[in-house]
Design a protein around this ligand. Structure first.
Ligand code: PMP
Length: 353
């Protein structure tokens, strides 16, 4: 018998949310946006010349990087793009978390962080959130090899105020601090202005949520030019052509439409606030969410039971069978009509209890 298996890099992979095949479902389980991408995206898609596909894409993703830089009022040298923020985050782990000291992140957080750390053999130490699911910034004052957290946090939806982020930065000038802002556009305040003050801060965002383009896979990091150069060096040593021609063209069209972005994110926020009120009336409680989902627990019926009852009705929400959060449902915000179906089912179901 050969022994090749002992040399395999064995990993326990991340488990993505379900993508059910049925058409007639209400999908509130992976925090996608219920509204279509900006109208310009369709126009560019229709006009796209397939002959362009003969050529390799621009490895620097120039046009898209320029459009993102313009949207945020930063330099193009301060922007890095990748295949969804998962790709950008993986590159960040590979590039910057290279110390023998543990990196720090919350115990309840995006469940990809420990997967990347394990895969890349990066030591880490989780910092428990307080019982109200907020971050205690003093937990991030110990020696470490880097810090990462989502803001708002996932799956809790809880926002950390900018002055608290700055407190973390003040105590961590010699390591890279990453703020994963996948959900920042639903009412939160971005830490982006702080990149001008802290050369060790990376702010990561995505087109998957607020720009309705989870299927195209675009994410980006913004930070000091030197950080972006280091990140690009690793990318070019891994795969130069991460972004394809069509994605670059569609992404550029999407980010140029600020009005549509504002209109659709506002609609999601308005629906979220209404759903919060109705869930409270139905006996749910939750930390205040500033994202496009609500992480809620019910006073008498278990999350697991509700998850299964909803699924039977073809309404998909997310349930995590994990310590501290196994009695919570993460409910993505859909259209008003979708949320009405969801709420009226709950109303009926809970009345029978
Ligand atoms: N960060 C957080 C906190 C997320 O919840 C997600 C979505 N699963 C991502 C990053 C990755 O999103 P994407 O790769 O679609 O940009």
């Amino acid at each position: 018998m050969s022994n090749w298996e002992s040399y395999v890099r064995k990993v326990v992979p991340y488990t993505p949310g379900e993508q059910p095949k049925e058409k007639d479902i209400i999908k509130l389980n992976t925090n996608e946006n219920p509204y279509p991408p900006a109208p310009g995206v369709k126009e560019v898609y229709r006009a796209f010349e397939t002959d362009r596909l003969r050529l390799y894409p621009d490895p620097s993703c120039g046009e898209l990087v320029e459009a993102i830089a313009q949207f945020y009022g930063v330099k193009k040298e301060e922007v890095f793009v990748g295949v969804g923020s998962d790709d950008v985050l993986a590159m960040i782990f590979l590039t910057f978390f290279n110390s023998k000291k543990p990196i720090l992140f919350p115990d309840i957080t995006y469940s990809f962080y420990d997967v990347w750390a394990d895969m890349l053999r990066i030591p880490y130490e989780v910092q428990p959130l307080k019982s109200d699911f907020t971050i205690d910034v003093t937990d991030y004052e110990k020696e470490n090899g880097g810090i990462i957290f989502p803001n708002p946090n996932a799956p809790t939806g809880v926002l950390l105020e900018t002055d608290k982020i700055e407190q973390i930065l003040q105590k961590n000038k010699d390591v890279i601090v990453v703020v994963d802002e996948a959900y920042i556009d639903f009412g939160g305040k971005s830490a982006l202005p702080l990149i001008q003050k802290y050369d060790n801060l990376l702010v990561v965002q995505t087109f998957s949520k607020s720009r309705s383009m989870a299927g195209i896979r675009i994410g980006y990091a913004m930070g000091n030019e030197k950080l972006i150069r280091y990140l690009s060096d690793v990318k070019y040593s891994f795969n130069s052509y991460t972004m394809n021609q069509l994605t670059l063209a569609l992404g550029t069209a999407a980010i140029r439409d600020r009005a549509y972005f504002e209109e659709t994110t506002t609609k999601v926020v308005q629906t979220r606030e209404r759903v919060k009120k109705e869930l409270k009336e139905l006996g749910f409680s939750f930390a205040d969410s500033m994202s496009n989902f609500i992480f809620a627990t019910h006073e008498s019926v278990t999350a697991k039971e509700l998850f299964e009852a909803l699924k039977k009705e073809h309404i998909f929400v997310r349930y995590f069978a994990k310590e501290r959060i196994d009695n919570y449902l993460r409910i993505s915000i859909g259209t008003d009509e979708q949320m009405d179906v969801f709420l009226s089912f709950l109303r009926k179901y809970l009345k029978k209890k």
